[in-house]
Each structure stands twice: as structure tokens, then as C-alpha cells.
Write a protein that binds this ligand. Structure first.
Ligand SMILES: NC(=O)C1=CN([C@@H]2O[C@H](COP(=O)(O)OP(=O)(O)OC[C@H]3O[C@@H](n4cnc5c(N)ncnc54)[C@H](OP(=O)(O)O)[C@@H]3O)[C@@H](O)[C@H]2O)C=CC1
Ligand SMILES: CC(=O)C(=O)O
Ligand SMILES: [Mg+2]
Length: 438
């Protein structure tokens, strides 16, 4: 049974009671929905058969002739074709539509280092999203690796099977070196989703939220809690898009990262601050934007109250955000709030991006996923959020109306337009930037 659910009956539930005027949550009434979620989630994963994936075959294999084509002797013919021309593998095998979702289990959602075995439901889940949102076949691979080098070696050795490698839930700082090493070593796209999928989604959501709040990226002051995969990649992308490096305070367990010696790893270096502010409470005072990619319940009511007018709070730790959304909304009515969860408005989650980055990359057989493709993905999400929302999406979410505004800053993950709109934008960027192979 997942430890997280067992140990945290206060885990947020969408239909729980509102907080009391004093700000305390009515815990007793919350336990019921949390227990319901436990039972429902376990039942969903266990029945009618364990897990969320199965393999299906695409060629008939019911007669002697079909068997002799699928297996010996017929199968030797495509083998010969691939020996003669390795690119023929894309014509005669499933490689070109197959993505590996690979983890070492070191940073699983916000649950921490669960190890590879316990990460399997999350990785199967990512594979489900690849298939249902982008039509890509994906298989989860959980690796027991004694070092980052061993992990890289394992992934490189199994890479001939796949058209792309989605690295998932690998903790900083190893994730940076692992992704870079694999990009250099392999000729298929490799992407660490928690870095780039998250950064792209946050960048798009932030641009739209800023527009709604009447603020501009180059002038805002931002506090990011979590100096890991998601935090570092997001700040890098936001700086590329115009955020002033001087206006960033990056916070880890020790507080604002202000000195090299205090930084948990060298990837923090560009974001070391000279500010006198040391604690999160000091950092957040007057800030326009809070980005939480760290752990639950780090942003207190007092901190939220101390932010600038019309603040933006992205509390993105999964499954439990840095602040309870109901508490946040009860504290301020001028904020725009997002979480990583499906059961609240404004889901800022990399699911909006990773299926389509790989769909586009595999469509044109791109050797890698480059910056032009990532920036095109940001723009596509920004634009799609401003289009009228189809009836099908309203039905899927049980909503009467959804329109660009404080409670709808990004398209919903179940929006079928994402597949065409976002994939097309990324594909176009791949072609124009010259990395498409077909
Ligand atoms: N909504 C979304 O789409 C996504 C959300 N996330 C969420 O972001 C979080 C981080 O993920 P990721 O970057 O991949 O993981 P990493 O392990 O790479 O980074 C987590 C970082 O957060 C820090 N941290 C943990 N607890 C605290 C704390 N109490 N105060 C300050 N810093 C803290 C860690 O420090 P230390 O190393 O000392 O533990 C580490 O620097 C997770 O909760 C995850 O669910 C991630 C990706 C996508
Ligand atoms: C969404 C996601 O990838 C994470 O929380 O790790
Ligand atoms: Mg993840």
C-alpha cells in the first residue's frame, strides 16, 4: 500500500471541507475523502487486472503462413534489411513509435527517493499518457543503478529498442549529468521530463498568468522553492524568456541560496543571490511570483499575505502542493493559483508537454529535442489557452464554462486539440531548425 497515502490522511481531497476562519483545516471531515481516494486508487490499479498497461500485437498470427512470417523463417528477411540499412528498422519494427519511460526512482513525484520498484505505478502512468494523448507506445523501465554512470550505461545499452527516451523522476544533481551524457551518446531524442516538460509548462502558464495580473516577466520578482530538476530548468528557461536574473531568489532547505558554499550543487551557480534576505519568509515578502517545486505545505498563510498585490502562486509539488489551494484562496482573492493536480483548476503539469514533444520528435525522426522545439511548445500552450474551449472538454471536467482567465490559464490535459496544435508547432520548429531527418 503506498506509504504516502497511508501516512498522510490529511492528503488533499477536492471535496473536503473549507478551512475554519482561524485557518485550520477541518481534519475530521477531510479524512473520509482521503480514505475514499485510497480505496478508489488501489482498486483502479488492481482491477480487473494488475497495473495499467498491456502489450498488444499488430499483425495476425493465427495460421501456419502467418506464423512463418511473424517468426521463422519470414522474420529473417527484415533482419537482413536492417543489417543492410539500419534506418530500415523504422520501417519493419515498432521502434519509431516506441518510447521508454526510464527512472532510477530517486525523486518520484514529491515523494522523494522511493527506489525503482515503488516508482512503477508512476512510470506506468506516464506510459498511459503517452499512449492516450499522443498515440505513442511507451514502456516503463525502472532501473536499480549503483551510480549515475551505471544508469547511463544501462539506458545506452537498451536504447536500440526505442525511438525516444523519456527520463523521469531522477533527482538533482545527477539528472543533469545523466541527461547530458545520454544526449551526447545516443542518436535518438532524450528528454528529462521533470526538467523540460515542467519548465515549458510553467513558462507558458506564467506568461498567461502575468498577462491576466497586468505584470511583465522582465519586471517581476520571483521566488522558486526547490533547487532540483524542475526548479533549475524552469529558472533557466524563464531567464531565456526575459526574466531578470537579479530578480530571482532560489530557496532550498537552508533558505535563500546566497553563497557558493551553501549551494547544494553547481547547477545553482547562476542563481546565487546577493540579497540580504535569508529565509523563505523574508524572500517571499513583496514577491510577485512563487514557484514551488519542492515539498508540501512550505508556503504559509502569513507568507502568502506578505506577497505583492495580484500575486501568482504555482504550488506544483505532487501530489500535495506547497499550500492547500482552499487555504490560499481563503487568504487572498487577488491571486492566481495553480497546482500540479487534476482535481483543481489550473493544472500546471508536464503532461501538457511531454507526449507532444516526443510525438513531434518521432514524427520527423529528430535526433534530439532542441531549444527551438521547446520554445515553440511554450508559445503553442500560451496561444491555445486563449481559444474557445470545446464542449468535449467541458464534459470531461464537468464544467459549464471555461474561458481564459484566473481559473483557466492553460488548456486542460484532456483537451484533444493539444495533440494537433502543440505537436504541429513543435514539428514545425524541428523542421525549420534543421533537425528533422524525414
Ligand atoms: N507539476 C509538475 O508538472 C511537476 C512537479 N514536480 C514536483 O516538484 C518537486 C520536485 O521535483 P524534482 O525537481 O523532479 O525533484 P528533485 O529531487 O530534483 O528536486 C527537489 C528539490 O527540492 C528540494 N526540497 C525538498 N524539500 C524541500 C524543502 N522542504 N524546502 C526546500 N527545498 C526542498 C530538494 O532539496 P534536497 O535535495 O535537499 O532534498 C531538491 O533541491 C516534486 O514535488 C515534484 O512532484 C516536478 C516535476 C513536474
Ligand atoms: C508531474 C511530475 O512529473 C512530477 O511531479 O514528478
Ligand atoms: Mg516526474
Amino acid at each position: 500500500m503506498p506509504l504516502h497515502l497511508l501516512n498522510q490522511p490529511e492528503s488533499l481531497a477536492p471535496s473536503g471541507e473549507l478551512e475554519t476562519p482561524s485557518g485550520e483545516l477541518a481534519k475530521e471531515t477531510e479524512q473520509k475523502p482521503a480514505q475514499d481516494l485510497m480505496a478508489t486508487a488501489l482498486g483502479y490499479h488492481a482491477e480487473p487486472r494488475p497495473g495499467k498497461l498491456e502489450i498488444s500485437i499488430t499483425k495476425p498470427c493465427a495460421t501456419q503462413q502467418q506464423l512463418s512470417l511473424a517468426y521463422s523463417p519470414g522474420v529473417s528477411v527484415p533482419v537482413g534489411a536492417i543489417i543492410a540499412d539500419p534506418e530500415a528498422v523504422y520501417r519493419y519494427t515498432a521502434k519509431g513509435n516506441l518510447v521508454a519511460v526510464i527512472t532510477d526512482g530517486s525523486a518520484v513525484l514529491g515523494l522523494g527517493n522511493t527506489g525503482p520498484l515503488a516508482s512503477k505505478p508512476v512510470m506506468e502512468g506516464k506510459a498511459v499518457l503517452f499512449k492516450s494523448f499522443a498515440g505513442l507506445d511507451a514502456i516503463d523501465i525502472e532501473v536499480e543503478a549503483e551510480s549515475p554512470e551505471a544508469f547511463v550505461d544501462t539506458v545506452a545499452r537498451i536504447s536500440p529498442t526505442f525511438g525516444g527516451i523519456n527520463l523521469e523522476d531522477i533527482a538533482a544533481p545527477h539528472c543533469f549529468m545523466i541527461e547530458q551524457a545520454l544526449i551526447e551518446r545516443l542518436d535518438i531524442p532524450v528528454l528529462h521530463d521533470d526538467q523540460h516538460g515542467t519548465a515549458i509548462t510553467i513558462a507558458a502558464a506564467l506568461q498567461n498568468a502575468l498577462e491576466l495580473q497586468g505584470k511583465v516577466l522582465s519586471e517581476i520578482r520571483i521566488v522558486c522553492v526547490g533547487a532540483g530538476a524542475a526548479g533549475i530548468a524552469t529558472l533557466r528557461l524563464l531567464v531565456t524568456l526575459g526574466l531578470d536574473q537579479e530578480n530571482i531568489l532560489l530557496v532550498d532547505r537552508q533558505g535563500v541560496i546566497r553563497e557558493e558554499s551553501q549551494a547544494p550543487h553547481s547547477y545553482c551557480r547562476p542563481f546565487i543571490s546577493s540579497s540580504p534576505r535569508g529565509t523563505l519568509a523574508e524572500a517571499i515578502e513583496g514577491a510577485d511570483v512563487f514557484i514551488g517545486v519542492a515539498a508540501p505545505n512550505l508556503l504559509t498563510v502569513e507568507m502568502l499575505k506578505s506577497m505583492a498585490s495580484r500575486p501568482i502562486v504555482f504550488a506544483l509539488s505532487n501530489p500535495d502542493p506547497e499550500i492547500d489551494p482552499r487555504l490560499a484562496h481563503a487568504t487572498r482573492d487577488d491571486l492566481i493559483l495553480a497546482t500540479g493536480r487534476t482535481d483543481y483548476p489550473n493544472q500546471v503539469n508536464n503532461v501538457l508537454i511531454f507526449p507532444f514533444l516526443f510525438r513531434a520528435a518521432l514524427n520527423v525522426r529528430a535526433r534530439c529535442i532542441n531549444d527551438a522545439m521547446k520554445l515553440a511548445a511554450v508559445r503553442a500552450l500560451v496561444e491555445l489557452a486563449k481559444e474557445p474551449v470545446p464542449e468535449q472538454v467541458l464534459e470531461a471536467y464537468g464544467e459549464k464554462k471555461l474561458a481564459f482567465g484566473a481559473n483557466y490559464i492553460l488548456p486542460k490535459p484532456l483537451d484533444p486539440r493539444l495533440r494537433e496544435f502543440v505537436t504541429m508547432a513543435i514539428t514545425q520548429a524541428a523542421i525549420e531548425s534543421g533537425i528533422a531527418r524525414i
